[in-house]
Design a protein around this ligand. Structure first.
Ligand code: SF4
Ligand code: SF4
Length: 114
């Protein structure tokens, strides 16, 4: 072991590393796993969706943006051109494993409709 490194120097080197990481990392929303403030888009994971085997339309009924969600043969369908990524559909999904997956958005958020 290198005797030239003091205990204080050893631990302060660790502290600096962790401080840099803390500054670089942006907080992540626990519910969605997407970085806070990041524009989001939605994907419905059909295999987790209750509507696949039973009835559920909670996400479609609670979506506040007209035309962002519809039902196709009983399953929810997201219109990515209209969806604002508000996350309400994710919040209301009652599936044991949330079927609404929030992802960082790659295209601009559509302007609000009147
Ligand atoms: S994220 Fe918001 S706008 Fe988009 S589908 Fe879900 S509830 Fe509708
Ligand atoms: S709320 Fe969840 S389980 Fe219900 S239809 Fe929408 S995605 Fe499927």
């Amino acid at each position: 072991m290198n005797a030239a490194v003091s205990r204080r120097g050893f631990f302060s080197a660790f502290a600096k590393t962790f401080q840099k990481k803390a500054v670089a990392a942006r907080p992540v929303e626990p519910a969605t796993g997407v970085e806070a403030g990041t524009p989001r888009s939605v994907i419905i994971q059909g295999r987790f969706c209750i509507a696949l085997t039973s009835y559920c339309a909670a996400c479609v009924e609670r979506c506040p943006v007209p035309g962002a969600m519809s039902r196709d043969r009983g399953l929810p369908l997201v219109n990515a051109d209209v969806c604002t990524g508000c996350g309400i559909c994710h919040d209301v999904c009652p599936a044991p494993r949330n079927a609404v997956l929030m992802l960082p958005r790659r295209t601009p958020i559509p302007p609000p409709t009147a």
